[in-house]
Design a protein around this ligand. Structure first.
Ligand SMILES: [Zn+2]
Length: 463
């Protein structure tokens, strides 16, 4: 697979540190608000990257953090007169509602900044010892001019960056580009004890600490939105590489911006949409499709028309898949349609070639829709054999699954089926076959049916 590496500005063959494994870190949200449409893009894109690498046989370890202490969180908590943890807890819950709606698979680890203070202090102390950072009035600052590699990710020489920077009145830092690793606590702010007094971490250091703790000194892929390249990711590299003396991440992937009706989305521009706003009107899945409808580095324009188009495309996908199932119901055994078999094998190759080319989901989707056309022509309403239907279903599920699409197909469960299963469970219990009784209960649970044993007998309800 080839990946466009922001570090080298080139498409490079992906060569993992350890063969067959991929360690990925994605910067997560600062939890003080609902996620917006712009946040949905890295969620969907890097979830798709993870699925694709797994599909190609990699063992992926995926870590995404929550920034759960920061100026914006503290400001919001003060405005609402609540403890900051109430804000972060609420918006982490809301985050889960939205990302599960988008079919984002939970990462292997979702560490929080506040759970990593010890590691943060360890790294900050190490950076002071090595002479890259210094303490001033309870703050600790990192000095970029001491790190030769500063600017290598954003491709800006340090002199250019320095030219635009100033030390503000009241600031205690030595050089204009110095940034805070640790901030002394102001009255009323949350704080932790540290060698420099009561304080809390700066934003950038948490990612360096979490990568180091959960994934190691060097990782395969670090990803996030394009807006994080500078200063966040540049600073992460500086902190980590000065601390460990080793490369921090071998590949850097950054997704492009979202515009709304061709204007950059901003609260001040009045064109700001949360994922929740859009999902309530159109559902979550069209958002996921929109986010992967373009190669991840290109900009995406969100508009009413664009989301409507995604809805229409999804209808085509669902109709095709339902069509296969419908055909299957009356299909008899027979030969596999060789022509279809050959065409779908080509679609799969086309799909893999697209995804191998820097995760070109737009071209991969084109392969999926070509496969849909092939299936509609050869299977739906065509008296296809059961074997042909199975082949069509398999390829369809395989390709749409890698993209994380078509995930809302809930089978209708009839009351009569449920009653029959409850009956079978009662029989198993009478025969003291507890394992079978439990298995039936679990199967019903997976269908969204909850059983309740009452003195009047078994009652059930849907989740
Ligand atoms: Zn980060």
């Amino acid at each position: 697979m080839k990946i466009f590496n922001t570090l080298t500005r080139q498409k490079e063959e992906f060569v993992p540190i350890k063969e067959g494994e991929a360690k990925i870190y994605a910067c997560g949200p600062t939890v003080y608000n609902f996620i917006h449409i712009g946040n949905a893009r890295p969620i969907c894109v890097f979830d798709t990257l993870r699925r694709y690498l797994e599909y190609r046989g990699y063992k992926v370890t995926f870590v995404q953090n929550f920034t759960d202490v920061d100026d914006k969180i503290i400001r919001k908590a003060n405005e609402e007169g609540v403890d900051y943890t109430e804000i972060t807890k609420k918006y982490i819950d809301e985050f889960w509602t939205d990302v599960k709606g988008l079919n984002f698979r939970e990462a292997d680890i979702h560490p929080k900044a506040t759970e990593n203070i010890e590691k943060i202090i360890e790294i900050v102390s190490g950076l002071i010892e090595k002479g890259f950072a210094y303490e001033a009035d309870g703050d600790v600052y990192f000095t970029p001019s001491k790190f030769d590699g500063y600017g290598k990710l954003s491709h800006q020489p340090l002199e250019d960056l320095q030219a635009g920077a100033r030390i503000m009145v009241g600031e205690v830092k030595h050089e204009p580009m110095d940034f805070a690793l640790w901030k002394a606590a102001k009255p009323g702010e949350p704080y932790w004890e540290s060698p420099w007094g009561k304080g809390r971490p700066g934003w950038h250091i948490e990612c360096s600490a979490m990568v180091n703790r959960y994934l190691g000194e060097t990782i395969d892929i670090h990803c996030g939105g394009q807006d994080l390249i500078f200063p966040h990711h540049e600073n992460e590299i500086a902190q980590s590489e000065c601390y460990t003396g080793k490369p921090f991440a071998n590949y850097w992937m950054h997704n492009g911006f979202i515009t709304v009706d061709n204007v950059k989305m901003a609260k001040s521009a009045g064109n700001f949409f949360t994922v929740r706003d859009v999902a309530e009107k159109f559902g979550y899945e069209p958002i996921r499709l929109l986010m992967i409808s373009t190669q991840y580095r290109s900009p995406i324009n969100y508009s009413f028309d664009a989301i409507e188009q995604c809805r229409a495309s999804l209808t085509r996908l669902y109709n095709c898949r339902d069509g296969i199932d419908f055909e299957m119901q009356n299909a008899s055994h027979g030969e596999v349609d060789k022509e279809l078999e050959k065409m779908l094998a080509e679609r799969r190759t086309q799909f893999i070639e697209a995804m191998d080319d820097d995760l070109n989901t737009a071209a991969a989707l084109a392969a999926v829709f070509d496969a849909v056309r092939d299936i509609n022509t050869a299977v739906v309403g065509k008296n296809a054999s059961a074997e042909t239907c199975e082949l069509a279903a398999e390829v369809f599920d395989e390709l749409t699954g890698v993209l994380g699409l078509v995930y809302n197909r809930k089978k209708e469960v009839l009351d009569s089926d449920i009653d029959a299963m409850i009956e079978a469970r009662a029989t198993a219990r009478k025969e003291k076959n507890w394992a079978e009784a439990d298995r039936i209960r679990d199967e019903l649970k997976s269908m969204g049916i909850i059983l309740e044993d009452t003195p009047q007998g078994v009652k059930w309800h849907r989740e």
